[in-house]
Design a protein around this ligand. Sequence first.
Ligand code: PHE
Length: 345
Amino acid sequence: MSTEVFDRVKQLIEEIRSAKPSNKEELEAFRLRFLGTKNVIKPLMGEIRLIANELKKDYGQLVNEAKEVAETVFQSVKELVEQAEAEAAVQHLDLTAPGEPMPLGSRHPITLTMNRIVDIFSRIGFTVAEEREIEDDWHNFTAMNTPEDHPARDMQDTYYLKDSTEMLLRTHTSSVQARVMTHQKPPIRIIAPGRVYRNETISARSHCQFHQVEGLYIDEGVSFADLKQTLLYFAKEMYGADTRIRLRPSFFPFTEPSAEMDVSCFLCGGSGCRICKQTGWVEILGCGMVDPAVLENCGIDSSRYTGFAFGMGIERQAMLLHQINDIRLFFENDVRFLNQFKSAF
Ligand code: PHE
């Protein structure tokens, strides 16, 4: 009886050794038969109970050998099959096949809008000035004629650096005006795009970080008419040739006189719609003639030079242009949102 069982195992080992699976399917059949959960070697181990005690050890070893041989054959054939597959793939390489398109990323809508604004002003001689986001109180407020007790300085609105009353995250790109004017002599004609920070509750309409573009033009004889003409040119380039502008008196500490500029609604043309809240106009920026006190603070002779400045929120322009109703979308970076701006401009 014992020898019969021994012989069966030996026969099986022979079978395993001579099996020559030559492709994926045969290899899988081999694996199922000899190595799978219901393999044929397992039950042989159970038959050890039929073996005489003194032969049990030999029998166990023989069954293990069957397992090992199966494993070795499987591994070596697997390698061969994989190699053959790889070679076949190379041989079937069709060099004339058209290339597969590579998924391309896209620029962020804020970058696109910023580039567009910068491009419009570059065409009339403005050059880009970029400055730090961590500013000191002087450049952000004092130089910009914003007095100590101005509400904008309040801890509620401004992020000061930890334990500092001096260093802060700039609350507007107007700080770049002070940076440039203290280092450059007129004529100055710059456009300053960048990120700004305000301690505001995050909602669909406002965020604690956003982007602005600042414009500054200082020279002899710069007038309000120049400001108006420059902004009219911008409005037409940005929102369409038919765009009209209107300036409403306003207040900023660093400009005098100050104004807010509206453009005729580019969606309804002025007849009234959801975007312009039925008024026909949408507010897009703040502007004014640089206050002589600001020029003097920065070492520019206000009896010789005059200038204008303007500042606008980039998110706001992008939201208007693309009818986006939630500013938070710009910061979430959901690709389903971002992908829509692939060919915006
Ligand atoms: N700094 C102003 C703001 O953040 C915008 C502005 C810039 C107004 C330049 C006038 C001149 O609201």
